[in-house]
Design a protein around this ligand. Structure first.
Ligand SMILES: O=C(O)c1cc(C(=O)O)c2c(n1)C(=O)C(=O)c1cc(C(=O)O)[nH]c1-2
Length: 245
């Protein structure tokens, strides 16, 4: 006989999706660093710090997606998922998202070589991003797919930058914003796939709650990256700032 005390009823597909979407409250759009950014309150150095640090996330995303592919025995899924790698690394004529981010770097005044040197990447940002890649390496491909679902909330933040930055930060060459423009449609397509995998795979209530934990873990990563940047560039307390060498 079913023990209803220890086995709560699973959420319906719609309820489960609504629970996942409710995690938007914790999205990094609400982090004070992003709030300052959206209000036009960041200095050039603070924008540069964000672009240089986020670059580490950008270059690791295709590594993360390669790990998911390597763990996925399902050909149909691989055929779709591989598109994410092409989006970032480029494919044929399309130079890809990493190149577009590099142009954003140049548009905010970071020379290409300086961006690629990774010398501005803060340890806290590196640890957070590496935790995401390591999770994708070790988790099942369905769990890793679930962790990409912060992209549910990403189109809003990309659109916010596209509409806000030209007036708020007129010193940034608008061509630099091409990355955000591209991501609006790419992210929407990605989440359709990631969401379908998640809704199909996490069936019991316990599994569904696990999916919410995974999504929270990913939200923690994005939030922690900005915590490190806030300390370094807003509070002017980068690592070891108080050490007299
Ligand atoms: O600018 C942002 O705020 C933002 C957030 C996220 C996200 O929510 O993970 C991604 C991106 N951008 C992005 O550009 C991107 O390519 C991307 C891929 C992924 C992922 O988890 O696979 N997230 C994101």
């Amino acid at each position: 006989m079913r023990d209803t005390m220890s086995e709560p009823t699973p959420w319906t597909r719609e309820e489960f999706e609504a629970q996942l979407r409710a995690k938007e409250a914790y999205y990094h759009i609400n982090h004070p660093y992003h709030v300052l950014m959206a209000d036009g309150k960041l200095s050039k150095e603070q924008i540069q710090g964000w672009v240089a640090n986020r670059f580490y996330y950008q270059i690791k995303i295709p590594v993360k997606d390669s790990a998911i592919l390597a763990n996925c025995p399902d050909r149909e899924t691989r055929r779709q998922w591989i598109q994410r790698i092409h989006d970032h690394d480029g494919w044929g004529e399309d130079a890809g998202g990493i190149e577009a981010w590099t142009r954003l770097g140049v548009a905010v005044g970071i020379p290409r070589d300086e961006l690629w040197s990774l010398k501005h990447v803060l340890p806290g940002v590196r640890f957070a991003v590496d935790a995401y890649v390591n999770f994708a390496r070790r988790a099942s491909w369905q769990e890793a797919a679930c962790s990409s679902l912060t992209e549910l909330f990403a189109p809003t933040i990309h659109k916010q930058r596209l509409s806000g930055w030209p007036d708020l930060y007129p010193w940034i060459d608008q061509e630099g914003l091409a990355y955000f423009r591209k991501r609006v449609s790419q992210a929407s397509r990605d989440v359709e796939h990631g969401l379908a995998i998640t809704l199909d795979y996490f069936k019991t209530r316990e599994q569904q709650e696990r999916a919410l934990e995974i999504l929270q873990f990913k939200l923690d990563i994005l939030w922690s990256m900005l915590d490190a940047m806030y300390l370094a560039y807003i509070e002017n307390m980068p690592p070891y700032f108080n050490i007299k060498a």
